[in-house]
Design a protein around this ligand. Sequence first.
Ligand SMILES: CC[C@H](C(=O)O)C(=O)SCCNC(=O)CCNC(=O)[C@H](O)C(C)(C)COP(=O)(O)OP(=O)(O)OC[C@H]1O[C@@H](n2cnc3c(N)ncnc32)[C@H](O)[C@@H]1OP(=O)(O)O
Length: 308
Amino acid sequence: MSALASIVPYLGLTAFRRLLTLPKALAARLMGSTSSEPNLQTIREELEKFEGGSIDLEMDDQSGIAIMMLNNPRRLNSLTGKMMVEMANHITVLEKWSAGKGLVLAGVSGNFCSGGDLTFVRKALHYGEEMAAFQHDTLTRLLNLPLVSVALLQGHTLGGGAELCTACDFRVMSSSARVGFVQIKMGLPTGWGATTRLVRLFGRQKALALLTSGKVFSAEEAQNEGLVDHILSYALHPEEELSVCKNWLASNYCQYDADLTQTVKASVVHCDISGDLVDSLKVERKAFGKFWGGPAQKAALDAKIKHK
Ligand SMILES: CC[C@H](C(=O)O)C(=O)SCCNC(=O)CCNC(=O)[C@H](O)C(C)(C)COP(=O)(O)OP(=O)(O)OC[C@H]1O[C@@H](n2cnc3c(N)ncnc32)[C@H](O)[C@@H]1OP(=O)(O)O
């Protein structure tokens, strides 16, 4: 590729970046009064006071697959402040899991997540931007984990629960489940970062439609929207669906060397957030150099693999 051809996308990005300088009136409308960045440690200590439920983590070094369970069944696994903090803590552990390849995010008792726990929401009405800042940090770290992640949508996935599933790489859905960004019906825009993630996933128009309609989708409708990657067959019981989802992840995206899988995910994340072609190619080149001539490549060459 000629030198000019290789930088044209970059020039496009520069021009694109200029588009992002919002008109002042629009920026003011969106940002309101400029406030200093909230202190996540202070917010953590405050959120922990909102009791109820738990987030349970199982890490299997053998398979390299972890399962993170939302556990607040009486409230359809909606999230309390305590659960938000526990999720953040587990993600910190997973960020350093050297044997890790994949993560399944699911809810107990056959339901994914009914959003923010409304009892918590009612008690935390003074604490919106701080809670959002904490969830933005947590869900960005979830999305950027060096693991291939899948959310298992069962039962009701609504509001913050729908936002949660957009912070995973893939979404698998039970055939009888429903999913919807109902925030607009609750008098709110999204609070856990889904507007940003949906625009990046689907583009402005599809994101706008999902968010301003407040529509709750069936599994088939969600798959047609591109929101869901795989629908589980009708015949399964909820507990079987978790095992099938884990096997779907393992057999499709977590079959190979953990370090290599983590490096590929990290390169994809870097390219996504870098926005700089030259920088992204440099990271990709470094990763390639790390594995070229390494044990995984040598084993593959010795095996004389035929990719039929
Ligand atoms: C940033 C957070 C974000 C925001 O604030 O914008 C949110 O996510 S707000 C919450 C968005 N979610 C909701 O509004 C869901 C409200 N619940 C429902 O629509 C229904 O419960 C439904 C459709 C999920 C299930 O209806 P169904 O008739 O099948 O069951 P129940 O309503 O009897 O629910 C069983 C049981 O769960 C409790 N429940 C359900 N969702 C929540 C929730 N989000 N927070 C707290 N509790 C919840 C429901 O109250 C029932 O408990 P009970 O003690 O029997 O009242």
